[in-house]
Design a protein around this ligand. Structure first.
Ligand code: NDP
Ligand code: 2IT
Length: 446
């Protein structure tokens, strides 16, 4: 990183104290930008970097609700509207006890560049709350969502800001949020949220899109070395929306996926994960990964508390949460013959782990490229809502595939253009950044 970038980065750190995940995400992007800044002095003249790191708007609000025992609960809600150069703010909502401003800002910052890479007209934003949906009844989740939307509704809209799901926010929560938005505004504004149910404005393929997209991106990376998913031994972390659909897609391409996890532990299934059983346990019954081991029987071992990254694999798909895969895990995986990593989650690999993978020449697809299929399909949902149309599964999946192939191609081409062939981190950061920077330049100092 050159002196000018370093100075701007340090100023961002100073202005946002204690937000370690945000610092990490900013640092990673800045580390890629020196060659771009050298070619584009006009970005520095217009303070593009400083502006891109400062959210356009940050909203923090109280979310009061009453639990089933009649007790008042208070949570904190967030929406960070980061950048609207390319379109309305777009990005998910995360409900998890670990949520605070630094998490929302790291996710929102990543989202700016990810959304740019999709080529769709969407800006970057993210939100959520420190609410823990685990162990809550449906009625409690509904009351929380209604209270959350009672504040959020005034900040969002089809042309303003379009939230969707993330950790802890799936179809159930989007339903309750949409219902409350509609009730308060008296508008059936389908395009205000994505990830809706199929019968009321949702898009086919949106539930599968992030996991499918991550596997499609990995497939494109493997192709560059004359390899495929067929016969690979794949490790997946998590057992939520992204993980389950990544497992399904990888297995449909001939891989054997042997792991899945949650915050309680992980399972190893040497016969290959039974996706239908996993869906039943996690999506229908809202159970735990330990239940999978009990129900599946003797081919499966359950390891409480351990890390899924202690298991040998040739392809790793981290699909749980940030910083789940560290340098020790990376070194172990490399020893076991790892050839590719695609980040289904946002920033699941620590900076040190990423560096080890890159030094070893492992194919490495960063989250902002590899998991962009989810938000890209959200943009396809917005497109269907705007035209009051509903596309078939096949057509939508074809669009998703084209988008992932294009993202891979443009990251690879940009890395090549800047003298770093095969470096998808640099390719994604530079290409995402310049798309946003060029729009910001054109739109003046705002
Ligand atoms: P879900 O809530 O459906 O699943 C999250 C999974 O990750 C669960 O298995 C959960 O286990 C595990 N997990 C969450 N937090 C932790 C933690 N602190 N430690 C260990 N395990 C944890 O979320 P998604 O599948 O939607 O999201 C997974 C990742 O993918 C996130 O990084 C998200 O930002 C990213 N992503 C999601 C997209 C989407 O469309 N949904 C799009 C692009 C990226 P447990 O139940 O025990 O908490
Ligand atoms: O991290 C992400 O890209 C998401 N959680 C999906 C965002 C969206 O608007 O679909």
């Amino acid at each position: 990183m050159d002196a000018q970038l370093l100075e701007i980065r340090d100023e961002v750190f100073r202005r946002n104290p204690g937000e370690t995940e945000f610092h990490q995400a900013v640092n990673e992007v800045f580390e890629s930008l020196a060659p771009l800044s050298a070619r584009h002095p006009e970005y520095a003249n217009a303070a593009i970097l400083q502006r891109i790191c400062e959210p356009e708007r940050q909203i923090i609000f109280r979310v009061p609700w009453v639990d089933d025992a009649g007790k008042v609960q208070i949570n904190r809600g967030f929406r960070v509207e980061f950048n609207s150069a390319l379109g309305p703010y777009k990005g998910g909502l995360r409900f998890h006890p670990s949520v605070y401003l630094g998490i929302v800002k790291f996710l929102g910052f990543e989202q700016i560049f990810k959304n740019a890479l999709t080529g769709m007209p969407i800006g970057g934003g993210k939100g959520g709350a420190d609410f823990d949906p685990r162990g809550k009844s449906d009625a409690e989740v509904m009351r929380f969502c209604q209270s959350f939307m009672t504040e959020l509704y005034r900040h969002i809209g089809e042309y303003t800001d379009v939230p969707a799901g993330d950790i802890g926010v799936g179809g159930r929560e989007i339903g309750y949020l949409f219902g409350q938005y509609k009730r308060i505004t008296n508008r059936y504004e389908s395009g205000v949220l994505t990830g809706k149910g199929i019968g009321w404005g949702g898009s086919l393929v949106r539930p599968e899109a992030t996991g499918y997209g991550a596997v499609l991106f990995a497939q494109e990376m493997l192709k560059t070395r004359g390899q495929t998913f067929d016969g690979q031994r794949v490790s997946v972390s998590g057992s939520g929306n992204v993980a389950i659909n990544a497992i399904a897609k990888a297995q449909s391409l001939g891989a054997k996926v042997v792991t899945a996890s949650d915050s309680g532990g992980y399972i190893v299934d040497e016969a290959g994960i039974d996706v239908e059983l996993l869906r039943q346990i996690k999506e229908v019954e809202r159970g735990r990964i330990s239940d999978y081991a009990v129900r599946r029987g003797s081919s499966v071992s359950y390891v409480p508390d351990g890390s899924v990254w202690d298991v040998d694999a040739t392809v790793a798909l981290p699909c749980a949460t940030q910083n789940e895969l560290n340098d020790k895990h990376a070194a172990r995986l490399l020893d076991s013959g790892l050839i590719a990593v695609a980040e289904g989650a946002n920033m699941p690999c620590t900076a040190e782990a990423t560096a080890l993978f890159q030094e070893a020449g492992t194919l490495f697809g960063p989250g902002k490229a590899a998991n962009a299929g989810g938000v890209a399909t959200s943009a396809l949902e917005m497109q269907q809502n705007a035209s009051r149309d509903a596309w078939t599964f096949e057509h939508t999946e074809e669009r998703l595939t084209d988008i992932m192939v294009n993202i891979h191609e443009s990251c690879a081409a940009t890395a090549e253009e800047y003298g770093m062939p095969g470096n998808y981190v640099a390719g994604a950061n530079i290409d995402g950044f310049r798309r946003v920077a060029d729009a910001m330049l054109a739109q003046g100092l705002i």
